[in-house]
Design a protein around this ligand. Structure first.
Ligand SMILES: [Fe+2]
Ligand SMILES: [Fe+2]
Length: 130
């Protein structure tokens, strides 16, 4: 499960970074900076999860989940909303499993990360409302 989480974070890093590069048009600067900031946040998530996995005796994957950059702005945002929802669902599952297994530290790590993903989801969703 932790490697599935890492694969998703690696996907998000690359996906948002290339969207940051390709983003054009309305409110170019602020929106594009938002993508960049979130991409950096996903890198911190990947690192945090990998550290936990390594501590538990696993080896972090180097393989991202499939990346969808998109061509139009709307397509980009739709792909990102999907990615964030997948992360939120997976992290809820991880928290439940950690809870069952009495792994308090993993649960707490994912509580923080899941909160960030909800903020990302909110950011991408708000872009569609304009
Ligand atoms: Fe993340
Ligand atoms: Fe995210």
């Amino acid at each position: 499960m932790l490697n599935k989480a890492i694969a998703g974070e690696l996907q998000a890093i690359i996906q948002y970074m290339w969207q940051h590069v390709q983003w054009k048009g309305i409110e170019h600067y602020s929106v594009s900076e938002g993508f960049k900031e979130i991409a950096v946040g996903e890198m911190k998530h990947a690192e945090k999860i990998a550290e936990r996995l390594w501590y538990l005796g696993g080896k972090p994957t180097i393989q991202p989940a499939p990346i969808f950059v998109g061509n139009t702005l709307e397509e980009m945002i739709q792909f990102d909303i999907k990615a964030e929802l997948e992360a939120i669902n997976l992290y809820k599952e991880i928290m439940e499993t950690a809870q069952k297994e009495g792994d308090v530290a993993t649960k707490e790590i994912f509580e923080d990360i899941e909160e960030d993903e909800e903020e990302h989801h909110d950011f991408f969703t708000s872009l569609l409302e304009k």
